[in-house]
Design a protein. Structure first.
Lengths: 387, 377
């Protein structure tokens, strides 16, 4: 009796005992779920396996800017169109939300009371109203725009109607490839110049006009090449044919609603993060940099922002993750993203819920992991390094 | 001597209203220009919005004095030049917004549940409440009472959950999700910090998986996959399936927040508890968790705000919450085209709840900052 009790009081034994118990219960539960599921699937005549990916989808996707999609294409292609649409709205949304959020966060700290109150009201309203409601609201505003026949014309080439925004589509000719190569080379070389200039400044204290030289390299050199090659790009303008526009580039209201709602909603959160980050830099830093005669704009760029970024980047990462996950709400307005296209329509047509949901969840997990991986690298690069 | 002691007043231009205006609005000429521009914009916008929402709006009757029963009778549809918002739609459909399709004869049960919810929340929100202990007992048994009151049983006639809707569903999802996720979140947080590698790994995997996927995929999981996992004959209610998904989702976020609180507890607390001979559970229940939860209350409220907003996602799987009733009303030919009024109203209701919660969390943060000083010893 006594030895038995002593055996159980042994920490090592107990740890092994409990862990085996948990694993055993988990395995039992898993076995139960798998057996009932396979029974249920058989009974309801639901096929299993991945062969459905090769079957024709049989439906159309109205918004597929990167891949040409026909209803005879496979479910696998539906998946790729969905991933690209999810990425498109997430990336554009993240960029817009960051820019808007930084501007608002700085304006919120402005010494102008009225301006900072105004931003405060905006932040509170857009943070406290559900995102889904905002998406639906934007969509309902966009589809109340005039019909195609009476579409609003902006700058003679853009047409805005309840079917979306029609703009000229650029058509690239063969020579444009050289311009693209020039842009890429310019980006790489301005990056290298930036590094070289920093090293030289650290050594000798001499400054190099990095900003203007980069602008020159990235914009002016490709532009000159563009004209030398005889402008290898033309525009296809949208034309009114029958009841709709033909040709041109069309941005659907579903995308615009998603983009606006996601970026405006996330910008409110980002502005609060930016505000907290800037406020975390101690007042002495600002006073010290003013004392050595730095200009206001330089104080912000060289002293405040680099220190604030250390506080800003970790919560910013989770905002990017949230935005990407929130892009799945496109299903409410019919934006053909991963959840709506593949997890919604394909799932309903094939009935293979488990396979479809597994693919959708795995994709979101890998997108989330990729974002946190890159943001962690960036975070490490801006953290305080002790020399 | 007398002259030396004379108190000199500060310059007029830096104190009082004029001083405040000078410092905050007209500090320099760019600042003044911005101020004037903002005032101009507000001057254009505020009268217009006030006119639309209040002065030219219909609340029950249109400008002809008729009681409004459909959108054609709204002033803004009769007279597009002058008519404002048509709030009559909210007035007519108010019952649905608050109770859904709950039978009118039984609606007193919902009203009592709403009242009891307020009573149950009182001791949680206000720690200086007299007789708080007894109120807390009520809070613990409230979920059971609310279940029988709303669902039926114990002599009440049964009201199936597909008749529930509007604010009722929003509150049921929000409150149940938060209440159930709290203990699960604590267990997950403890599990993730456990020294047993298998348990810590399983908890970490669960938390990271849930946090890596959008809520909508979990709702789909609850709706289309959960029935496949269960043996025949067990038919789960739609609302329960959604609740399972919402609770799983919230518990992962709750776990991370509580883990943050656990990490802030100085190791001396653990060592002291162990040296008194406390077991793992006694140590956590009596020493660690009370401190950890206390400092993580503000972030807990913040994730709860997030969940409360996210309950709107259930409309995608066909549950009619507040937003769902709003969309349903818009689909009715009687009320077509009144989307601004309906979305404005739904936003306002959500805003009142979430803004109130965020103010409360700020108040707590201030109180905690002055109340305790963690890790200062």
């Amino acid at each position: 009796m006594r030895s038995n009790l002593g055996f159980f009081s042994d920490e090592k034994f107990r740890s092994i005992f409990f862990q085996t118990l948990v694993v055993g219960l988990f395995a039992l539960g898993l076995f139960f779920v798998i057996s009932t599921t396979s029974y249920n699937l058989e009974k309801r005549n639901i096929a299993t396996g991945w062969s459905f990916l090769q079957n024709p989808a049989g439906f159309d996707i109205s918004f597929s800017p990167f891949l040409e999609f026909k209803s005879t294409d496979t479910h696998l292609k539906v998946y790729f169109v969905g991933v690209l649409n999810t990425l498109l709205v997430s990336v554009t949304g993240c960029i817009a939300a960051t820019i808007l959020g930084f501007i608002l966060g700085i304006v919120r700290l402005s010494s102008n009371w009225l301006l900072s109150r105004l931003v405060y009201i905006y932040v509170e309203f857009s943070r406290n109203v559900p995102l889904l409601l905002q998406i639906i609201l934007w969509y309902s505003i966009l589809i109340q725009l005039p019909r195609v026949k009476q579409s609003l014309q902006v700058l003679d080439v853009f047409y805005i109607s309840n079917r979306g925004l029609y703009s000229p589509r650029p058509i690239f000719e063969s020579g444009f490839l050289y311009v693209l190569i020039a842009i890429v080379l310019a980006l790489i070389s301005s990056f290298l110049i930036n590094r070289w200039a920093k090293k030289r400044q650290d050594k000798t204290g001499q400054q190099f006009p990095v900003f203007s030289s980069s602008i020159g390299l990235i914009f002016i050199v490709p532009l000159i090449l563009f004209f030398i090659l005889g402008s290898p790009m033309s525009f296809e303008h949208p034309e009114m044919k029958g009841f709709n526009f033909k040709g041109g580039l069309v941005i659907r209201p579903e995308f615009i609603a998603m983009f606006l709602a996601l970026s405006i909603y996330t910008a409110a959160f980002i502005s609060e993060i930016v505000r907290a980050g800037i406020m975390s830099v101690s007042k002495g830093q600002r006073e010290a940099s003013a004392a050595i005669g730095l200009k206001q704009t330089w104080i912000m760029r060289l002293i405040i922002i680099p220190q604030a970024l250390r506080v800003i980047v970790p919560p910013l990462t989770s905002q990017y993750l949230n935005l990407t996950k929130n892009s799945s709400l496109g299903i409410a307005v019919g934006y053909a993203d991963l959840v709506h296209g593949f997890g919604g329509i394909s799932l309903n047509q094939t009935g293979q819920a488990i396979e479809c949901m597994a693919i959708v969840m795995a994709t979101y997990l890998s997108i989330s992991l990729t974002i946190s991986f890159f943001m962690n690298i960036y975070n490490r690069s801006i953290q305080f390094k002790e020399k | 001597m007398n002259e030396m002691n004379e108190v000199r007043k500060p310059p007029v231009a830096t104190t009082g209203i004029i001083g405040w205006l000078r410092i905050n609005l007209f500090f320099n000429w760019t600042n003044s220009l911005i101020t004037l521009f903002v005032i101009y914009c507000l001057y254009q916008f505020i009268p217009w919005i006030l006119d639309w929402t209040i002065f030219s709006a219909d609340f029950k009757y249109n400008y002809l004095g008729e009681q409004i029963t459909n959108q054609e009778m709204c002033s803004r549809n009769l007279d597009p030049e002058n008519g404002g918002a048509c709030w009559a739609v909210i007035y007519v459909r108010f019952y649905q917004f608050i109770y859904g399709f709950y039978p009118k004869v039984e609606v007193w049960r919902v009203n009592i549940a709403y009242f009891m919810l307020a009573l149950a929340l009182l001791p949680l929100l206000y720690s200086k409440l007299p007789y708080r202990k007894y109120f807390l007992y009520f809070t613990y048994i409230f979920p059971v009472i609310a279940y029988f009151l709303l669902n039926g049983g114990l002599g009440f006639t049964e009201v199936s959950t597909n008749k529930w809707g509007g604010l009722l569903v929003t509150l049921v999802l929000g409150c149940t999700g938060i209440a159930l996720a709290f203990p699960i979140g604590i267990m997950l947080a403890l599990g993730r910090r456990s020294k047993l590698p298998v348990i810590s790994m399983m908890c970490t995997l669960f938390i990271e998986f849930i946090r890596g996927v959008p809520l909508i995929t979990l709702l789909f999981f609850g709706m289309v996959m959960l029935p496949l996992f269960l043996p025949e004959g067990i038919d789960m209610d739609g609302l329960v399936r959604v609740l399972v998904a919402v609770t799983l989702f919230q518990s992962a976020y709750m776990a991370e927040v509580i883990r943050g609180g656990l990490q802030a507890i100085p190791p001396g607390q653990y060592e002291a508890a162990k040296s008194l001979g406390m077991s793992y559970w006694r140590m956590n229940l009596l020493i660690i968790l009370p401190q950890a939860i206390r400092i993580s209350i503000p972030p807990i409220v913040n994730t709860s705000i997030g969940l409360f907003k996210d309950t709107t996602l259930v409309i995608i799987v066909g549950i009619l919450d507040l937003l769902g009733i709003g969309r349903g009303t818009l689909a009715d030919t009687n009320w077509l085209g009144l989307s601004y009024e309906i979305y404005f109203f739904v936003s306002l209701v959500f805003f009142i709840f979430t803004f109130g919660m965020s103010r409360y969390s700020l108040y707590l943060e201030k109180k905690l900052k002055t109340g305790i000083n963690m890790g200062a010893d």
